[in-house]
Every structure is written in C-alpha cells, then in structure tokens.
Design a protein around this ligand. Structure first.
Ligand SMILES: [Zn+2]
Length: 334
C-alpha cells in the first residue's frame, strides 16, 4: 500500500457505505494529512550540489510528478479535520510551489482571493521551517503557533514577524494551540537553536508536535528535528495513529565533508537513522501503526528507493515520506 508513489494513502478502513456509493465523502469524515515537502534544508537537488543523488534528482526534471523518486522540496505537512480549514506545520521556503501543487490548498471557489489555511504551527525557528511565512504576506492575516524562544527569534534575530506586519496582522498562539479543529501540543526537545541564535539551554528551541483531531479523534505526531528518542518522546507519541520523524541522516559518515561547527550542530539536532543507537532500531519496536521518515537530506542513501538502506527501513516497518503523499485517517468509531 505504501511502496508506490501514488497520490493517496488510506490509513483506516473506509466506511462501507462510502465505498459503495463512491461519494468522495472522505472530506466529510476523515482527518487528512498532506506531505507538502519531505526533504531537509535545501531540498533535493540542492541548488549547488552535484552529488550522485542531486544528479539523479536533476535528471528527473521533465518526468511526471508521480515518477519523481529523488526530488524533495523542503519539509512541511498540512493537516485538516472534516469540513475545516488546513493547518500548516512549518512554512518551508518552497511554500509557493508546494501550495501550487496541492489542490487541497487552492483558494476556495466563490471569491477571487482566499485560502483554506487556518494557521501555521512551527517546530523551531530554522530557516527551512520559517522562511515560507514571508510568502503568506498576500493574505489577510497570519496565525502562528510557536514557543516563546521561537517567537522571540522571529521578532529579533530573524525578524520575519516585524517584516510581515508591514503587510498584514500577525497573531501568535503559544502551545497548546488550536487551528481548524486541530489541537496542537508541543514537547520540548534538546535540539540546538537556529545557527544565527546565541547558544541557549532555554526549553522550546525545538519541539515535537502532536496534532489531535477534535472531530475525527485521530492523532499524529511530527518531529522533523529529533536529537534523541527519550522516554518523554515515547510517552508523547504513545497512542498516535501516525508518526513523522527526522530522517535527515543515515549515518554520521555523511557529516564528514562539513565543518566541525556544522557537524556539532547537526549532531545536537538530528539522530541518525542507522546503527544500534539510531532511530530505526527504536522506531521498529514502537507500537504506532504508521511510521514515516521525513526531512530527508540529499546525502541520505535511503532517498534511493532501490538502495539497501531504503529496503532496511521498509523491512523495519517504517515508510519514507515523499512530496504529495496524502493520508486519510478515518474515525475509529465510524
Ligand atoms: Zn547533493
């Protein structure tokens, strides 16, 4: 069910009456989750990289979207509850092209301008998760949920909010927040703050998010920057229907060409996938029905679906997210 690059993935059993009548009533019943982008910072191909995987991503330029196996825009997902507007999780620099690709995020019919976007929730203040906010300036308002340190950063060191307020009102919510019937809870992780921030031990520089559908009863956790799998994290994701976690690096070997400072920062922010202490060994045992890697760096060999690394991931019961993946979570009691 998950091995292809098809458009839609059905997670729960589709209610019989809907399948018989083909009413397309998924909108009315399910929590939906759309993967807008699944790559790490810079996406794949990176604009200035000629590594083998970026080369292969460039060779896919003229293929139909469903045949693109290497290409990734920068990680972001959107979630909606039945009959509600969408909540965006992180605003990637690729936001405009991601919205243009997603029929679900097109302006609703009935007026010349509009958007089905309810708000944006942030996991941290990194450039690849916040820069897209700038491209929402043509709207009528922006609602942002984030932690105190991230809000402070977006108003000072990286003053996106100050810039946006020249165009439209910006409202901020702390966690827990609620947009469009999705309650958003955060767990602070020990990840490093953005590189342009002073080193800080203040909690909330990086968080994992848990998205609870208030109508569907479904819940999903999202952690694109996961430095460790702690007991607190395991408790936080317990009972979730799906989990999206940090698939940035396969192993520390990928960090070798980087500067020592960059290596240190990445080690503090991203747990590698492989190895006895890696995330895959832990995820394989985790009793969550659907598990996905997202935020995959151009260096990670599991990007190649034919690689032994991708096979190892699949055999451990974890899927590798791709751009355009759409999941529907049907209420358990329907
Ligand atoms: Zn590359």
């Amino acid at each position: 069910m998950f091995s292809g690059r098809g458009r839609s993935v059905r997670v729960a059993l589709f209610p019989v009456f809907c399948s018989l009548l083909s009413l397309g009533c998924g909108d009315a019943l399910s929590m939906r989750l759309l993967v807008l982008g699944s790559g790490a910072g810079g996406g794949v191909p990176q604009w200035n990289c000629l590594c083998p995987q970026c080369r292969r991503a460039r060779e896919e330029r003229d293929l139909p979207a469903a045949q693109k196996r290497f290409r990734r825009t920068q990680a972001s997902i959107a979630v909606s509850e039945p009959g509600e507007r969408w909540t965006l999780i992180n605003a990637s620099p690729d936001l405009c092209s991601q919205f243009a690709q997603a029929a679900e995020l097109a302006p609703p019919e009935g007026a010349l301008r509009g958007s089905p976007l309810a708000g944006v929730a942030l996991t941290d203040g990194q450039l690849d998760h916040t820069t897209g906010l700038l491209f929402l300036r043509e709207g009528t308002e922006i609602r942002i949920a984030c932690t105190d340190p991230v809000w402070k950063s977006l108003n000072s060191t990286f003053p996106i909010v100050s810039v946006l307020r020249h165009f439209l009102p910006v409202e901020r919510s702390a966690y827990p927040a609620e947009f469009g019937g999705v309650r958003i809870e955060a767990l602070s992780l020990p990840g490093a703050p953005a590189p342009y921030e002073a080193p800080s031990e203040e909690p909330g520089q990086v968080v994992a998010l848990r998205l609870l559908g208030t109508k569907s009863g479904r819940r999903v956790a999202y952690a694109p920057g996961l430095p460790e799998i702690s007991d607190a994290f395991l408790a936080f994701v317990s009972g979730c229907d799906a989990l999206f976690v940090d698939g940035t690096f396969w192993s520390e070997e990928e960090l070798a060409p980087m500067s020592e400072e960059r290596r240190r920062s990445i080690r503090r922010s991203h747990l590698p996938v492989s190895g006895p202490e890696g995330s895959l060994a832990r995820l394989a045992k985790l009793p969550v029905a659907k598990k996905f890697y997202i935020h995959i760096n151009n260096t990670n060999p599991m990007l190649d679906p034919d690689s032994p690394q991708a096979k190892e991931v699949r055999e451990a019961g974890v899927q590798i997210a791709y751009d355009g993946m759409l999941l529907s979570f049907y209420p358990t009691d329907s």
